[in-house]
Design a binder for this molecule. Structure first.
Ligand SMILES: C[S@@+](CC[C@H](N)C(=O)[O-])C[C@H]1O[C@@H](n2cnc3c(N)ncnc32)[C@H](O)[C@@H]1O
Length: 301
């Protein structure tokens, strides 16, 4: 654990205030793991917090960058509840119990979650549990990976003439019910393990096997990489390249706008700028050729 005053797995330590104090739990969205994409309100909440209960994905990276930028640890005690080397993630019930315990003890708590707390983040459950326990709780929305990670690969989820709607789903059964064609963008979170199934399911509908697909791994991180193919090819490409979580999968014609799209899929003259200038992975900032997401890495069919 780098910086902050550490607390260990799920037990509140340090000087809590008396029971019945005026604690506050703020469920803060950390964005996709790039400090520049944390909201100002989220930053202020982190700076004012006494305890930060942090997920691994997105949240931890933001805390590390913040401490590096400040040149000193945060004042808050930090509890890592996400999975990290040598430690299992704290189960959801344990996280909720910890938030309630800290809130009731009068502590000012930030529950830092990757992306947005309400997008496949179980933020609603944490909010409801705090409320039911009489603990003051509020949500500070974050920039979801569903939108920001495609953007780093130059993929807008809607684009005049190419897509008018988008759906965010996980790679499970619900996409079998999903209608629409290539002009209805589908974004899959947690979709790597079920990619082959999802691609087959989506190809059966109006989209067809030739529908473009992008996988963006570790958006804004040191392992950022973009693979582009079609519903018919993407599972084999992903297996060949050893694609891993975390990754966002984007399905639809908007993928053709990415500068990483191979020539046979690209929309001539319409490539959209990648959202990268200030956000290039830190490891690649002074060496564009070393960027894991550089066009030389684009997927091939
Ligand atoms: C449990 S969901 C949480 C989503 C989060 N609440 C949000 O709004 O982004 C975790 C999934 O988000 C996606 N994800 C989050 N951060 C990512 C990143 N930096 N790069 C790629 N995928 C990311 C992956 O699909 C991952 O499996």
């Amino acid at each position: 654990m780098s910086g902050g005053r550490a607390m260990s797995g799920g037990r509140a330590m340090g000087g809590g205030r008396a029971m019945g104090g005026t604690g506050l739990v703020q469920l803060v969205g950390a964005g996709p793991g790039e400090l520049g994409l944390l909201t100002v309100r989220g930053l202020r909440a982190i700076e004012a917090a006494e305890v930060i209960v942090a997920d691994r994905l997105g949240a931890r990276a933001v805390l590390d960058q913040l401490e590096t930028e400040r040149g000193r640890p945060l004042d808050a005690e930090i509890v890592d509840v996400g999975k990290h080397p040598g430690h299992h993630a704290v189960p959801q019930e344990g996280i909720i119990a910890l938030l309630v315990e800290l809130g009731r003890a009068g502590r000012r708590v930030v529950r830092l979650k990757g992306g947005d707390p309400y997008v496949f983040g179980r933020g609603g459950e944490e909010l409801a549990a705090c409320r039911a326990a009489g603990v003051d709780v509020e949500v500070v929305p974050g920039i979801t990976s569903a939108i920001s990670v495609p953007a780093v690969a130059g993929i807008p989820l809607t684009h005049r003439g190419l897509a008018t709607a988008f759906t965010v789903a996980t790679g499970h059964d619900q996409i079998a019910e999903l209608g629409g064609g290539r002009d209805h963008t589908v974004v899959l979170l947690m979709g790597v393990g079920t990619l082959a199934n999802s691609a087959t399911t989506l190809a059966r509908g109006e989209r067809g096997a030739g529908c473009p697909v992008a996988i963006v791994e570790d958006g804004y991180g040191a392992g950022q990489r973009v693979t582009i193919g079609t519903l018919g090819t993407i599972a084999a490409q992903a297996a060949r390249r050893g694609v891993r979580s975390p990754a966002v999968v984007v399905v639809g014609d908007v993928v053709r706008l990415s500068p990483y799209a191979p020539a046979e899929l690209a929309v001539d003259g319409h490539a959209v700028a990648v959202a990268h200038d200030p956000f290039v992975p830190r490891s690649a900032r002074h060496d564009p050729a070393a960027s894991p997401g550089a066009p030389s890495e684009k997927g091939s069919r």
